[in-house]
Design a protein around this ligand. Structure first.
Ligand code: SF4
Ligand code: SF4
Length: 349
């Protein structure tokens, strides 16, 4: 951070800073679990959504950003173009001027131009990113240990998570939390060291205290006066009173039976965790359940990333204590907030 500030000062640019709530991040981990390779929900909640929210205020017409991405950094970046866009930051276009360079090109350029560089590289860090990126090898995690108060809290949160799920001590010792599925190459190294089977190293022996919200369609459908009736089960009870406010987004006729159920058009959500949807066309009936499930994610599982709030044209959505809140009186049912949402993406994966 110091280096970024000094660089900006030296080059006479203006620095805009945005933040994601660290408290929300820790709470999100209880729902999503630790970020892992191929499962970096943190990028969406902590980085991209915070940038999208800031940019919608400062650059409402869009922005062009230049990034140091290079094709030799990863297989994914190998296939990325020099000009890209990211759905999580909708009005931004990214240009990668050094896409074809390798690391040697970069260092030769820096040394030739006598450009200052982040001192962390001189300390041996091969890449500088988030303090506990799951892409970090163990050596980098060890180097970062106790580098900030947040690191210690984050580290403690992972430990607590592992303990609450009954993970073995190796899960923490070898930072196995970095993987959703332990890769075979890593097991081949660690297995002989600790003498444990693959299953013993990866099995969660304790259930989560609070189930993440998931929806499951019941098999089959029942004919009814409207045509079809489909039932779906939710993985836990839900707050229908809170859902009532969010139902304004759909712009359909809604009735609430407090603490019991809410009817939105021809669909009813029951507080104990069931949905029944009726209609003339089976596809429409199922689509209605999926749409209401999106609303339920908003009202029940929000990670406070601000993606949807940043897209609301009337200011009906605000983030209060890390969760999105709606003012139904301001909502015009335009549905622009039914957008990309990390809580939805990672609850369905
Ligand atoms: S509901 Fe909105 S603020 Fe909450 S996680 Fe989804 S997009 Fe982000
Ligand atoms: S974007 Fe705002 S106004 Fe539009 S439906 Fe969502 S909450 Fe309502």
């Amino acid at each position: 951070m110091d280096f970024v500030k000094s660089y900006v000062e030296r080059s006479g640019m203006e620095l805009h800073v945005t933040e994601a709530s660290f408290e929300s991040f820790l709470k999100n981990m209880e729902v999503f679990g630790p970020p892992a390779e191929g499962y970096r929900w943190c990028c969406k909640t902590n980085k991209l959504s915070a940038i999208a929210a800031m940019e919608s205020e400062i650059f409402p017409d869009g922005s062009l950003q230049f990034i140091g991405q290079r094709r030799y950094e990863s297989t994914m970046r190998m296939h990325a173009g020099r000009v890209t866009s990211n759905p999580w930051v909708p009005k931004q276009v990214s240009g990668a001027p050094i896409q074809e360079w390798n690391a040697l090109h970069v260092w030769l350029y820096i040394l030739m131009r006598k450009e200052p560089f982040n001192p962390k590289y001189a300390e041996g860090m091969p890449r500088i990113g988030c303090m506990l990126c799951p892409f970090m090898p163990i050596s980098e995690i060890e180097m970062n240990k106790h580098s900030s108060e947040n690191f210690d809290r984050w580290y403690q949160a992972i430990e607590d998570y592992g303990r609450s799920r009954g993970m073995p001590e190796e899960w923490m010792k070898y930072h196995l939390w970095r993987f959703r599925e332990l890769p075979n190459w890593l097991y081949a190294e660690i297995g002989p060291l600790c003498g444990k089977s693959y299953e013993e190293l990866t099995k969660r022996t304790l259930p989560p205290a609070r189930q993440p919200l998931k929806v499951k369609f019941q098999e089959g459908f029942s004919p009814c006066v409207l045509g079809y009736s489909v039932e779906a089960g939710l993985s836990r009870p839900v707050d229908v009173n809170r859902l009532h406010g969010f139902s304004k987004i759909l712009g359909q006729e809604t009735t609430l039976e407090k603490d019991s159920h809410i009817s939105i058009g021809d669909l009813t959500v029951y507080a104990e965790g069931a949905i029944i949807s009726k209609g003339g066309d089976l596809k429409d009936v199922k689509r209605a359940i999926r749409t209401v499930f999106e609303l339920l994610i908003k009202s029940e599982e929000c990670s406070g990333c601000r993606q949807c709030a940043a897209r609301c044209p009337t200011g009906a959505l605000t983030i209060v204590e890390g969760k999105v809140e709606i003012d139904p009186h301001k909502c015009i049912s335009c549905r622009k907030c039914m957008c990309i949402c990390p809580s939805l993406k990672y609850s369905t994966e």
